[in-house]
Ligand binder design. Structure first.
Ligand code: ATP
Ligand code: MG
Length: 253
């Protein structure tokens, strides 16, 4: 008999480069986590409270998506959160990090989205997380600083993966810029996800309507993004998707 055991996972999506796709990946990952057979409740934390992209995205989802697809709630402050057994995806906008560690045990999985910066907050969240995802465009001007962050994460012993996002392609063929970035990352940074996400207006349209990348209206693009989300989840816990032998986890994380 397969026994599903919830292994709580905390994901953090960060980069000091603005517009690299942190919020896009964070919201898509939170939806992917909601779809796991073991998941009941997922918390999406929007630490970019001023901009509130993840928070607004969930507003779009609540407006555009039929409720049965995912039961969602959002709160502008952690103190407003009302615990219940039904909500599958909860987004809370945080002002500062206080309270995340206390709230996390109420959820099966947590995804944290942050503002573009390299600060104590980023290091604290990376320390709290099981896995940090560093999305970067293939531009060398983005990939290089991302590799530098990766180096400092490595020194701290954090688990992380780089993800190439917003990759321009000519038809299905990646551009020279993408190939250069792949080679660059392969030389300097081994923790790069195999999957990558192309730059497509359909993704941006999906996000604007509260959909995840893997829910966009083009089948192949959805599959692509879904595979990347799966790779991220498996990088944090190989058991999460396959179903698992019993695994215990220290409480409180
Ligand atoms: N693969 C993609 N294809 C097309 N558009 C994308 C893709 N990924 C993200 N975008 C779009 O790029 C823009 C920036 O993405 P996003 O807001 O996720 O970046 P961010 O890193 O969170 O930005 P910030 O640093 O301002 O918080 C958004 O308009 C989003 O819809
Ligand atoms: Mg953002």
């Amino acid at each position: 008999m397969v026994s599903f055991v919830v292994v709580r996972m905390i994901f953090f999506v960060a980069n000091l480069k603005g517009g690299s796709g942190k919020s896009s990946i964070a919201v898509s990952l939170s939806v992917a986590l909601c779809r796991l057979p073991t998941s009941l409740r997922v918390l999406l934390v929007d630490l970019n409270a001023e901009q509130g992209s993840s928070f607004d995205w969930l507003g779009g989802r609540m407006e555009h998506q039929p409720k049965r697809l995912l039961i969602c709630e959002r709160y502008s402050h952690q103190r407003d959160w009302v615990p219940d057994q039904v909500t599958q995806l909860t987004c809370i906008r945080f002002h500062g990090q206080r309270g995340i560690a206390e709230l996390a045990p109420n959820f099966d999985h947590v995804v944290i989205d942050v503002l573009p910066q390299l600060s104590h907050l980023v290091f604290d969240m990376a320390a709290l997380a099981d896995l940090t995802v560093l999305p970067t465009s293939p531009s060398i001007m983005d990939a290089r600083p991302t590799v530098e962050i990766a180096k400092s994460f490595k020194k701290c012993g954090f688990d992380y993966r780089l993800l190439l996002n917003r990759v321009s392609t000519a038809g299905r063929t990646p551009t020279a810029e993408f190939e250069f970035a792949q080679n660059y990352l392969a030389t300097f940074e081994r923790n790069t996800l195999e999957g990558w996400i192309p730059m497509r207006p359909a993704y941006a349209r999906a996000l604007a309507r509260g959909k995840a990348l893997q829910e966009c209206s083009y089948g192949d693009l959805s599959i692509y993004a879904g595979m990347v989300m799966r790779e991220i989840i498996e990088a944090a816990s190989p058991w999460a998707i396959k179903g698992a032998p019993r695994k215990t986890r220290a409480a409180g994380k």
